[in-house]
Design a binder for this molecule. Structure first.
Ligand SMILES: [Zn+2]
Length: 243
């Protein structure tokens, strides 16, 4: 029988391999997923399988309605319910990445949002990297992974944030989640988040009194990559050779 959802599964394998290549994951601590909203499913890394051994047929495919596995033999990552909540509430998001990358995890363990201290950060996040609230003891005991997604969504809704303008968040005492419109963009945002976290940690060590970047510089850098008149990189038409 031909493999179901071959393109989706290939995209999930590629996103997970890219995380490993970028040294964002240690052992099996991390996972990437990609959604296909036309069909209403998402594929995610299977639980406990080494990244370098992942094959398309290993990828569990889950329903976007209820998180049940609709295709695949292996158990999905235990974080799958968190990914499901993010997909169901962030309609612009096409891929989700979770890692325990070192510096982003350090900020999460310190229970500190990452302040925007320079233009590297401003190129990717339109302000501090959010730190969401700690789960209550009841939330940890009952539906932990689902509630981890719920507190991320709660933060974005209560602060009126667009998840594409803030493509990641820190879960306290745990680590980062990042996302994007598709697999490569979600991985890129996870890489950027780790770089931002490392440079911010060094900056705070060198200058503990340093304040956030000025709003004009933050807006200038964020908008030139993400605003309606974004001019960073090459225009689509030029890249496609049409003009
Ligand atoms: Zn984790």
């Amino acid at each position: 029988m031909p493999l179901e959802f071959p393109e989706l599964r290939e995209a999930v394998v590629e996103a997970n391999l890219a995380l490993a290549r970028a040294h964002l994951v240690t052992l099996t601590w991390g996972n990437a997923s990609v959604v296909d909203r036309r069909v209403g499913v998402f594929g995610i890394k299977p639980s406990g399988v080494p990244f370098e051994r992942l094959r398309p047929e290993d990828i569990p495919v889950l329903s976007l309605d209820d998180g049940r596995t609709v295709s695949g033999q292996l158990r999905p990552s235990s974080d799958a319910p968190t990914h499901l909540v993010l997909y169901r509430h962030f309609s612009e998001v096409g891929a989700v990445v979770h890692t325990h990358s070192r510096f982003a995890t350090a900020w999460a363990q310190a229970e500190r949002p990452i302040p925007c201290l320079g233009t590297t950060h401003a190129d990717h996040f339109h302000g501090p990297v959010p730190l969401v609230r700690m789960l209550s003891d009841e939330e940890i005991r009952d539906g932990y992974e689902t509630r981890t997604g719920a507190v991320i969504v709660e933060y974005f809704v209560s602060h009126g944030l667009n998840p594409l303008n803030f493509p990641g968040a820190l879960v306290p005492r745990h680590g980062p989640f990042a996302w994007g419109e598709h697999g490569p963009r979600a991985v890129e945002n996870a890489i950027a988040l780790e770089m931002i976290a490392e440079v911010a940690a060094w900056t705070v060590m060198l200058a503990p009194e340093v304040g956030p970047i000025r709003p004009a510089l933050l807006d200038r850098h964020f908008m030139r990559k993400h605003g309606w008149s974004a001019y960073y990189g090459q225009r689509e038409t030029l890249q496609n050779g049409k003009s």
